[in-house]
Design a protein around this ligand. Structure first.
Ligand SMILES: O=P(O)(O)OC[C@H]1O[C@](O)(COP(=O)(O)O)[C@@H](O)[C@@H]1O
Ligand SMILES: [Mg+2]
Ligand SMILES: [Mg+2]
Length: 330
């Protein structure tokens, strides 16, 4: 058995100039994940279930669980002194860690993904994305540090709080997956260099918005439902409604996740910086592909912290199929 801590330190040895900072940063995320795991598992007992996720954690002030996750991750990251600031789904603006201008990293995160699923005991997640800052170390960070294309990510990953809690991450050298053992308090390696299976049989999309999808996506959905033995169609439809959980299942079983433009979200719902980019990095590292329907996600140049984009991610050939349907039906 190998723990996540041991694994990270072992991998650090592959980089002779490594300072240990990224190792410490990943440890901070690991700690944040353990805290969130603990409190999500007690959600019912702590009376934090409710229509809009309003909760009262540990007898303290009322806050939503995703805000609580945000605070826990933020303080775990800040305590290490190596992160100069963060951007988060739960923060309107990026946050400067005062006094930590020497930090070389910035972190972007979705502290609790799919949080509406908490109320019904369905898997949720945490997503993180790590960059080297582009402004000089020693100065306050600026928005520029967060407006980097996803191709510049140093590391990215997610934690899925499911029937077990798993942490899956990449530093650009393959995807590694760890399962949390709560009795020991450690994440244990269970798959190194994880890749998509060669064939995918699942498609994941909220078909409730079908009438508003671009025509190419509508035709792709019909394609998924047609019978064709050679290409394993019809595919199976699976949609949890937590990006992390849907992505994780498709990574293990093979499949595609789609979130196109809809009437309520004309640019797509998912956020480029802390949902699409980290998942795209993982997907590519696992031999898959991520696209906005036309462009590679990791090549997009962000304009604002919370910007959204259409998202298609999964087995490479499946993403290419949907891209073809989109381009043929412009
Ligand atoms: O309910 P919809 O429209 O299908 O949206 C589901 C998507 O929205 C999200 O919940 C957005 O994430 P947050 O819960 O972090 O806001 C994704 O996890 C998920 O894939
Ligand atoms: Mg989310
Ligand atoms: Mg969220």
């Amino acid at each position: 058995m190998k723990t996540l801590g041991e694994f990270i330190v072992e991998k650090q040895a592959d980089f002779p100039h490594a300072t240990g900072e990224l190792t410490a940063l990943l440890s901070a995320i690991k700690l944040g994940a353990k805290i969130i795991h603990r409190d999500i598992n007690k959600a019912g007992l702590l009376d934090i279930l409710g229509a809009n996720g309003v909760e009262n954690v540990q007898g303290e002030q009322q806050m939503k669980l995703d805000l609580y996750a945000n605070e826990k991750l933020k303080s775990a990251l800040k305590a290490r002194g190596i992160v100069a600031g963060i951007a988060s789904e739960e923060e309107d603006e990026f946050v400067i860690f005062e006094g930590f201008e020497d930090g070389r990293y910035v972190v972007l995160m979705d502290p609790l993904d799919g949080s509406s699923n908490i109320d019904v005991n369905v898997s949720v997640g945490t997503i993180f994305s790590i960059y080297h800052r582009v402004t000089p170390v020693g100065t306050p960070i600026t928005e520029e540090d967060f407006m980097q294309p996803g191709s510049q990510q140093v590391a990215a990953g997610y934690v899925v709080y499911g029937s077990s809690t798993m942490l899956v991450y990449t530093t650009g050298n393959g995807v590694n997956a760890f399962t949390y053992d709560p009795s020991l308090g450690v994440f244990c390696l269970n798959q190194e260099r994880l890749t998509y299976p060669p064939t995918g049989k699942m498609y994941s999309i909220n078909e409730g918005y079908y009438v508003h999808f671009p025509i190419g996506v509508k035709k792709y959905i019909k394609f998924c439902q047609e019978e064709d033995e050679a290409t394993y169609r019809p595919y199976t439809s699976r949609y949890i409604g937590s990006l992390v959980a849907d992505f994780h299942r498709n990574l293990l079983k093979g499949g595609i996740y789609l979130y196109p433009q809809t009437a309520s979200h004309p640019k797509g719902k998912l956020r480029l910086l802390y949902e699409c980019n980290p998942m795209a990095f993982l997907a590519e590292q696992a031999g898959g592909k991520a696209s906005d329907g036309v462009n590679r996600i990791l090549d997009l140049k962000p304009q604002t912290i919370h910007e959204r984009c259409p998202f298609y991610v999964g087995n490479q050939y499946m993403v290419e199929d949907v891209e073809r349907f989109i381009s043929d039906n412009q």
